[in-house]
Design a protein around this ligand. Structure first.
Ligand code: FE2
Length: 439
């Protein structure tokens, strides 16, 4: 069935059912050192319709790779309470059911738990085979929504994240969990209005929030049928800096030009001379978002923000004019000066781009034939953070209406895939995922 609704058409359309396939055909050679799961989440409305691309029920597509073999592929809905029981977010008494949500945005692993995440509710835990265990609330300690973009500190193993709300203050709450999954702290952050916070930044010494002019809009929410946020010219864009060693301390706010950022590539504290500490942040920046409606009709490009903590100002520089999204690094360098960053592009020339942020150069692989990659996760190939590895991504071929999982060597993207795993059918366009290596 075809539809004229863009977020339900072409490869945005949901697949109708769950399948399992084993011993998948491979072109090239899967690197023998890769053993684990590649899991990626995305919207797949089970009623075959949703009010916005961002609002469909989560479906995780998983590939099991072991010892050079593509062992299996499976796709499973995340069976949240809204999926199984038509649970609603707001109860009749006005309180919120934090487990009611679509869990459609990301998959992470923390403290041995595999979690499907969406920013408007609690995570849901999954088994490795993608069966749903249930909502995950840090043993009852988490009392807000949880972002789909938490950050794991590679030094401490702590999980840093936040939750944002639209109905009542505090609109924003910062959380930190220990490596063993214990929720260590939750602290409210004062923002003037319920702004949409999709992602944030972690460095070795700081967390940085992006308070940007896309604000909850009650008339849009009352009309229903989409994302209830709109651009506001009268809301000042700011970055809020919190010291990690003083998590209940003051947030310092820094003005930036109006923009929206869904995704951070990485951030780090720059070694600096006495009295000139700076924080460098790389983001995929949109010049504006959702002024007239809820369509994403402008492109994001890679920008660098440099916060000068002594001078109290932010330098803003565009790094590239190519449109891109879904930025990823070697996550072992989260919050550290990662030399390389990877970005996906769609449109006429679907490609993966690798930026060398130290030299200002880049390399890329264009898939050709209208084929478009999804987000590419970085898979380490050696024990050295920042060393060589692989990019893995689902790639959709519109001519054949099917998808592959491709594996490229990160240090030689132009050579193209070292392995292409043929999937039994297409994987709809989705959001984020992770390579979960066997532990
Ligand atoms: Fe995201």
């Amino acid at each position: 069935m075809t539809t004229a609704i863009p977020h339900l058409a072409g490869n945005f359309a949901p697949v109708a059912d769950e399948i399992t396939a084993t011993d998948l055909p491979v072109t090239g050679a899967i690197p023998a050192e890769l053993s684990g799961w590649y899991l990626r989440n995305g919207p797949n409305p089970h009623a075959a319709a949703s009010a916005h691309w961002f609002l469909g029920d989560g479906m995780v597509h998983g590939i099991r790779v072991d010892n050079g073999r593509a062992v299996s592929y499976r796709n499973r809905w995340v069976r949240t309470s809204t999926f199984t029981d038509d649970a609603v977010r707001y109860r009749e008494d006005g309180t919120k059911d934090y487990a009611a949500g679509v869990a459609n945005t990301h998959v992470i692993r923390h403290a041995g738990h595999t979690l499907a995440l969406v920013e408007s509710s609690l995570p849901y835990e999954l088994t490795p085979n993608l069966d749903t265990v249930g909502p995950y609330d840090f043993d009852g300690a988490l009392r807000t929504n949880m972002t789909a973009h938490p950050k794991t500190c590679p030094t401490t193993g702590e999980l840093h994240f936040f939750g944002y709300e639209v109905t009542n203050p505090p609109y924003l709450t910062y959380h930190r969990a220990a490596a063993d999954g214990t929720l260590l702290l939750s602290r409210p952050i004062d923002v003037p209005a319920p702004t949409m916070h999709h992602d944030f930044h972690l460095t070795a010494e700081h967390v940085i929030f992006m308070d940007l002019p896309v604000v909850f809009d009650l008339p849009t929410a009352m009309r229903g049928g989409g994302m209830p946020f709109r651009w506001r010219d009268d809301y000042a864009a700011r970055l809020g800096v919190l010291r990690r060693d003083d998590p209940h301390g003051e947030i310092r706010w820094f003005a930036i030009d109006p923009c929206y950022v869904f995704h951070a590539l990485n951030a780090f504290d720059e070694p600096a001379a006495e009295g000139s500490a700076r924080i460098v942040l790389y983001v995929m920046r949109y010049p504006e978002l959702w002024r007239a409606d809820g369509q994403v009709d402008l492109d994001a490009t890679l920008w660098r923000w440099t916060i000068d903590l002594a001078a109290g100002v932010v330098a803003e520089e565009q790094i590239d004019d190519r449109a891109g999204e879904f930025p990823r690094i070697d996550d072992r360098l989260a919050g550290i000066d990662s030399r390389f960053g990877h970005v996906s592009t769609r449109g006429d020339a679907g490609a993966l781009i690798r930026y060398d942020l130290h030299t200002g150069t880049s390399s890329a692989y264009e898939f050709g034939g209208g084929r478009v990659p999804e987000e590419a996760s970085f898979v380490p190939a050696d024990g050295r953070p920042g060393g060589d590895g692989y990019l893995v991504s689902y790639v959709y071929d519109p001519a054949a209406d099917r998808s592959d999982l491709v594996i490229l060597a990160s240090n030689d993207l132009p050579a193209g895939p070292v392995a292409t795993i043929a999937l039994p059918r297409r994987v709809p366009h989705g959001f984020h995922g992770n390579w979960l290596a066997d532990e």
